[in-house]
Write a protein that binds this ligand. Structure first.
Ligand SMILES: [Cu+2]
Length: 223
């Protein structure tokens, strides 16, 4: 009787633990210690801007794009479970394009528009990065390589990506949608989804305690 209770208890703890570990957002750490190709002032910064160096697989600039991206809490409204958002969560471009993004921050807190996975010989740490202080805008240009690829775009400020600031830049046919991009991969129930998983583990844990108490109570009665 006691050993089966211990068994349930261990299973309960394991389930609760797995619920907790799965609820942990994946974190990426970046070290911004390189100061070349960086513009910075009180309105924000632009890092690794590249308007003229061609990726080695491109013979010419195939197309020019100008995007205006607005960041703010109002763009989170269509997506339950999010707090922040971009005015668009997906941009489609041709390979070897030159892209100029004007990033407008409507919130009071600072926000970023950061692309990952670009060639490291052109972009330090493979990223192009803009940050706009609250109420400010930044503008920057970069050139994408020739391969079909989907690049992660996000705001790297703690918890902002998890709260909705995740997007994708699709070059050519792309390489598949990224996970939980609001309005794109339509699985932003993630915030809602992790809650029940937590509650489920916690609920089970309570149930185990209750079962244990019943066992102890019954044992006392039969004494
Ligand atoms: Cu942000």
């Amino acid at each position: 009787m006691i050993s089966s209770f211990v068994g349930y208890f261990v299973v309960g703890v394991l389930l609760l633990y797995s619920g907790i570990t799965q609820a942990q957002p994946e974190m990426e750490h970046h070290h911004h210690n390189d100061h070349h190709a960086m513009k910075m002032d009180e309105t924000g910064m632009v890092m690794n801007e590249n308007a003229d160096k061609l990726p080695e697989d491109c013979s010419e600039i195939r197309r020019e794009y100008q995007f205006e991206v607005t960041a703010g809490t109002e763009y989170a409204k269509p997506f339950p479970g999010t707090t922040f958002g971009f005015s668009d969560h997906q941009w489609q471009v041709e390979p070897c394009s030159r892209i100029t993004v004007t990033f407008i921050n409507q919130d009071r807190v600072r926000h970023q528009w950061m692309v990952h996975g670009l060639p490291k010989y052109l972009y330090d740490q493979g990223m192009f990065h803009m940050e706009a202080a609250g109420g400010h805008r930044q503008s920057g240009t970069f050139i994408v390589p020739s391969d079909d690829r989907t690049y992660l775009v996000h705001c790297d400020i703690a918890q902002h990506m998890e709260k909705g600031m995740k997007a994708q830049l699709v070059v050519g046919r792309g390489s598949g949608d990224l996970w939980s991009v609001p309005g794109v991969s339509a699985t932003f129930e993630r915030a809602d989804e992790t809650m029940p998983r937590w509650l489920w583990g916690a609920g089970l844990f309570c149930l185990m305690i209750a079962a244990g108490l019943v066992v102890v109570w019954k044992a006392r009665i039969s004494r």
